[in-house]
Write a protein that binds this ligand. Structure first.
Ligand code: CP
Length: 310
């Protein structure tokens, strides 16, 4: 059997994805009312060591993976790119083979998707994608969990992404195909998602639209999502140009009012308030951004269990 890596939503069987979302919800419910530091009743990761490797900064991914492993009885080591010789000093393949002799699972946040894929190809333990410049699958699993907690099944719903067609947007497109919801991108043409992500979703039979007018795009939306206008891997020198390109795609109350009355608003955070979204929206009645952040923990616990088969 193939190694159960969690590299991208489109590379993972839809039934397995559904199982992870359902299990995440069940594990979250089972912890309701407990102190955050208390271990789960079930300890499926007891005796497991997980390496969390970060070549880029992180708050949510770092802490939620670390806490999630510990709640399930496992142990973690958090390593920065500087600590390792990943891709310099030795081949990525050799690092993968060596780390696989020490730990039971590798979670990697890296710039270059190629590094992640090479690590997974040569590792003899599961590898989880904790974000690359192209995709961010763990985030979208948390987003699906969050949507369904509030509104029930996401199948057939309309999700609108406003702004930069970045790595988070790409994983949303993967999820559209796998979970069966429609997706509309609204943003300036130079920042469109890669064509391949759009085509892959369409091949799965869902509707994917690109609409330049944000007010027309959000009509009928069940969920409106945005993200920072300048990603971690983007040069800060492009900030002014990005702001000029994206100013018209800010999610404010006027834009949200064109979505369905019960539409949710999501942002994976960190956010630049008053740029991609106003505080009135982020802290307003449609927003579920902090549940979304919390659900990184629960969704990733289910991903870890699936990868480890426990
Ligand atoms: N959303 C997200 O991945 O947050 P971090 O960059 O803080 O991990």
């Amino acid at each position: 059997m193939d190694m159960p890596h969690f590299l991208d939503i489109n590379r993972t069987d839809p039934k397995a994805l559904r199982g992870m979302i359902d299990q995440a919800g069940q594990m979250k419910s089972a912890r309701a009312g407990r102190p955050r530091g208390m271990a789960d009743d079930e300890q499926p990761l007891a005796g497991h060591m997980v390496a969390l490797i970060f070549e880029k900064p992180s708050t949510r991914t770092r802490v939620s993976f670390d806490v999630g492993v510990r709640q399930m009885g496992g142990q973690t080591m958090v390593l920065s790119g500087h600590d390792l010789q990943l891709g310099h000093g030795e081949t990525i393949a050799d690092t993968a083979r060596v780390l696989s002799r020490y730990v039971d699972l590798l979670m990697l946040r890296t710039f270059n998707e190629g590094v992640l894929l090479e690590l997974a190809e040569h590792a003899t333990v599961p590898v989880i994608n904790g974000l690359t410049n192209r995709t961010h699958p763990c985030q979208i699993m948390a987003d699906i969990l969050t949507y369904e907690e509030y509104r029930g099944p996401i199948v057939g719903k309309k999700v609108v992404w406003a702004g930069d067609g970045n790595n988070v947007c790409a994983s949303f497109l993967h999820a559209a195909g796998q979970f069966g919801f429609d997706f509309t991108f609204t943003g300036p043409e130079p920042l469109d998602p890669e064509r391949v992500f759009i085509e892959q979703a369409r091949e799965k039979g869902v509707t994917v639209e690109v609409v330049r007018d944000p007010f027309r795009a959000v009509e009928g939306a069940d969920l409106v999502v945005t993200d920072t206008w300048v990603s971690m891997h983007d040069s800060q020198s492009m900030k002014e140009r990005r702001h000029n390109q994206l100013r018209g795609y800010q999610v404010g109350t006027a834009l949200m009012s064109r979505a369905r009355p019960d539409a949710l608003f999501m942002h994976c955070l960190p956010a630049h308030r008053e740029d991609e979204a106003t505080s009135a929206v982020m802290d307003g009645p449609h927003s579920v951004i902090f549940d979304e952040a919390e659900n990184r923990l629960h969704a990733q616990k289910a991903i870890l269990r699936w990868c480890l088969g426990v």
